[in-house]
Design a protein around this ligand. Structure first.
Ligand SMILES: N[C@@H](CCC(=O)N[C@@H](CS)C(=O)NCC(=O)O)C(=O)O
Length: 308
């Protein structure tokens, strides 16, 4: 199995999920730190144009979205598992949390640090990622609602910890913990823990749980260049061990040209040839001069796979 390469940037909370997953599994990995604002031509060459972060690369297999990255890490190192109570509960909590808290978390974040965000970052996020204005002024009218939403769901975390603790689904950390941690981490790391704890009423049950999650660390990483990552792709062949088993339940035949597009934001279609698919994962082959043939992996939930 080739080396693990994570394309990410420090302040990305979705990347923090995966850095923590490296910690849970005590993995050695290579880090490619990318710019927070495109253009990112080397990354585009590896993802077929999918623009979000993080992206995991293992040789010529490229995993887009944290949910398929978790699954890839499970295959690479099954123990300790990220799914101690099964995949369903962890994935359901993760998708719910990501979709429910992302906009409110950005709203609270920019209320505290929005004046420090460069205009090119704000323009990019509005025009090419989220489709709405995330400037401090743009989000200010809805700030009370963003706080209300985050308070409502953090109380559900408290309920889960009281019932199941010390982690959300039981005695052992899971992918659900890594996900529900990430937007609160973003806020506390950037606006200050005391300020956020007071604004959202985060009690010691939540902050103690966050300390337990942070304690897993990030594994052991070594920085490499984007050109080294491209080289690693070119030298490798896609690995059959990463192919999902089964047929596409929606009936699209292998070999069909398809597009795969996120259904929430950054809706840039990736066009490739369907290699394999099941209910959880779809893999398309994409050829590039700089990379050779890649297998690019996406989740089914949250993505649309359609004949091109
Ligand atoms: N569903 C995706 C969401 C990823 C996401 O939205 N990541 C943010 C960074 S935390 C992003 O890509 N922002 C725009 C960018 O960096 O270009 C996942 O789970 O990986």
């Amino acid at each position: 199995m080739s080396d693990i390469i994570l394309h990410h940037y420090d302040l990305s909370p979705f990347s923090e999920k995966i850095r923590l997953a490296m910690g849970v599994k005590s993995l050695d990995w290579h880090s490619v730190t990318v710019e927070a604002v495109p253009p990112r031509p080397d990354l585009d060459a590896l993802t077929g144009g999918y623009r979000r972060l993080p992206v995991l690369q293992v040789g010529a297999d490229v995993f887009c979205d944290t949910e398929v990255i978790f699954r890839a890490l499970e295959r690479i190192k099954p123990a300790p598992t990220l799914y101690p109570q099964g995949e369903g509960i962890a994935k359901a909590l993760s998708l719910w949390w990501d979709r429910t808290t992302w906009k409110p978390a950005i709203g609270v974040l920019v209320a505290h640090i929005g004046e420090h965000l460069p205009q090119e970052f704000l323009d990019d996020r509005r025009d090419h990622y989220l489709g709405y204005d995330i400037s401090k002024e743009g989000m200010a009218p809805m700030l009370p609602a963003y706080v209300q939403q985050l308070v409502a769901v953090k109380e559900w975390l408290s309920s889960m910890l009281a019932q199941n603790g010390p982690f959300l689904t039981g005695d052992t950390i899971s992918a659900a913990d890594l996900t529900c941690y990430h937007s609160l981490w973003l806020l506390r790391a950037n606006a200050g823990a005391e300020i956020i704890d007071s604004q959202l009423g985060l009690g010691s049950d939540i902050t103690g749980w966050m300390d337990r999650v942070a304690a897993v660390g990030h594994g052991n990483s070594t920085e490499i260049s984007t050109s080294a990552a491209l080289e690693a792709a070119k030298e490798a062949e896609p690995d059959k061990a990463h192919l999902p088993q089964g047929e596409d339940p929606s009936g699209i035949a292998k070999g069909t040209r398809v597009t795969v597009t996120p259904d929430d934001n950054a809706r840039v279609p990736v066009t490739g040839t369907l290699v394999a698919a099941n209910g959880q994962e779809v893999v398309v082959a994409v050829d590039g001069d700089a990379t050779g043939t890649l297998h690019i992996h996406f989740p089914r939930a949250g993505f649309e796979t359609l004949p091109a």
